[in-house]
Design a protein around this ligand. Structure first.
Ligand code: PLP
Length: 235
């Protein structure tokens, strides 16, 4: 595989390497094996050509947060063998369509969404993460922590889904330290393992807090702008 910067995206390879190095350092500091983490490069709002360039650099997992955009990119890049991670709010009526391209859905936040995904046509079960809300603001996305077990049990009963673990977005820095939010997430992950011992994954950590997330046990890092550069405005 060539390490030369793919045409049109100067600095992309260097930024990717810097983040990979940052992940390895944070894992070492936490006494963890970097192999136990999955880097998902969040490519929302960026063109499909950037995703091709990332694939040339060895990226296998990409994250998108809007259904139509994800659907189009996944169709255009179908032959790259990428794993598409859906990380945004998912409308119930779009769930079956998302199931066609999504390898993983990180935003399972309500029973109606699970019910919709139960009717999806899949060849292998979709990796499912229950998203929990770490803030007091219900508009922030994610299930309330008290709904965690019920939602997890619903996913466990659903053959089209494979429950992998939890997902969360840390509160904004001015609201709370990511460290204490991730500590709460760690506690919720323990609760989840009591009802689903195999659901050990934790999807957490973005550009500004992935080191703290790794320290708190995150396994799936969703990192965008540190790698892609600033996002273009959404269309
Ligand atoms: C955009 C997004 C990310 C990546 O954010 P960066 O700060 O660019 O790393 C991660 N998770 C979710 C849910 C997102 O919407």
């Amino acid at each position: 595989m060539s390490n030369a910067a793919p045409a049109g995206f100067p600095g992309l390879g260097e930024r990717l390497e810097r983040v990979r190095g940052g992940i390895a350092d944070a894992c070492r500091a936490a006494g963890r094996d970097p192999e136990d983490t999955t880097l998902i490069v969040v490519t929302k709002f960026h063109p499909a050509s950037l995703i091709s360039a990332l694939a040339e650099l060895g990226v296998r997992d990409v994250g998108e947060n809007r259904h139509q955009e994800a659907q189009e990119k996944a169709a255009e890049l179908a032959d790259l063998g990428l794993r598409w991670h859906y990380i945004g709010q998912l409308q119930t009526k779009k769930a079956r369509q998302a199931a066609r391209y999504a390898h993983a859905i990180h935003s399972i936040d309500r029973e109606r969404l699970v019910d919709a995904l139960a009717t999806a046509e899949v060849t292998t079960p979709i990796d499912a993460f229950v998203q929990v809300n770490l803030t007091d603001d219900p508009g922030r996305g994610g299930a309330a922590p008290e709904d965690l077990e019920r939602l997890a049990e619903r996913v466990l009963e659903t053959p089209t889904l494979r429950l992998r673990g939890l997902m969360a977005v840390a509160p904004l820095p001015e609201e709370e330290e990511a460290v204490s939010a991730f500590a709460r997430l760690h506690g919720l992950a323990e609760r989840l393992r009591r009802v689903a011992p195999e659901a050990t994954a934790i999807s957490a950590g973005m550009t500004h807090d992935y080191r703290e997330a790794i320290a708190a046990g995150a396994t799936h890092l969703r990192i965008g702008s540190a790698i892609t550069g600033n996002r273009p405005a959404p269309e």
